[in-house]
Design a protein around this ligand. Structure first.
Ligand code: AP5
Ligand code: MG
Length: 208
């Protein structure tokens, strides 16, 4: 199954993607994770991306489209993939359609996870992630519940940056909901419930 996960920052895209990957083995393509790894390794891409990410703005389309196009050529994506955090603009969505058609592939669904912005601000200010395995947890986790690794707060999980990310989402990414509705592959999910219950709804919407 080839999927796009849509939703505001903090809607739970990474959380749902991790569950789908663990049950079905799809390749997980998170542009945020790829960019954060580049920032950490201080690659030219990371140095370019950091200023946008720290401010909660989008990295330029040309940069992200190039990254995803390369990633989609890797063999592990042939058994299905989940795009998490891409596309985020209409030009990115058009580029994705073009790239997939070159590869003779197609999207099966775009799953939009809907959560109220104020719930999101609370979630993101208390999010912590594992330095070692990437597990997404919360401020209540003294160490990673999966591997015992050290937990850290993302640089962009400060309230002022979160609010800018939400504005950017409304202006630049929310139009993708209509884009995928028009393509007749949109599935809308209520994301303000227990993550396991959201996951049940995600699978139901996909016929899994
Ligand atoms: P990215 O890493 O994609 O961040 P984001 O979209 O802002 O989304 P998040 O990762 O913050 O949230 P999520 O939906 O994955 O939620 P999560 O599962 O973690 O992008 C970061 C930056 O990179 C961007 O700002 C931009 O600069 C750049 N970038 C990335 N892609 C780009 C692109 N395509 N184009 C241009 N620039 C790009 O959950 C959040 C929290 O809530 C966690 O603590 C979790 O435990 C908790 N939680 C999850 N589900 C639930 C639930 N159901 N109930 C209660 N709590 C929950
Ligand atoms: Mg994420």
């Amino acid at each position: 199954m080839n999927l796009v996960l849509l939703g505001a920052p903090g809607a739970g895209k990474g959380t749902q993607a991790a569950m789908l990957v663990s049950e079905f083995g799809y390749a997980h393509i998170s542009t945020g994770d790829i960019l954060r790894a580049a920032v950490k390794n201080e690659t030219p891409l990371g140095l370019e991306a950091k200023k946008y990410m720290d401010a909660g703005d989008l990295v330029p389309d040309s940069v992200v489209i190039g990254l995803v196009s390369e990633r989609l050529k890797e063999k592990d994506t042939e058994n299905g993939f989940i795009l998490d955090g891409f596309p985020r603009t209409i030009p990115q969505a058009i580029a994705l359609t073009d790239e997939l058609s070159k590869l003779g592939r197609d999207l099966d669904a775009a799953v939009a996870v809907n959560v109220d912005p104020e719930v999101i601000v609370k979630r993101l200010t208390s999010r912590r992630c594992c330095k070692n395995c990437g597990h997404i947890g919360s401020v209540a986790d003294a160490v990673c519940p999966e591997c015992g690794g050290e937990m850290f707060q993302r640089d962009d999980d400060k309230e002022s940056v979160i609010r800018n990310r939400l504005d950017v989402y409304e202006k630049q990414t929310a139009p993708l909901i209509d884009y995928y509705r028009g393509a007749d592959i949109l599935k809308e999910i209520e994301g303000d419930k227990d993550p396991k219950d959201v996951y049940v709804d995600v699978k139901k919407s996909l016929g899994l």
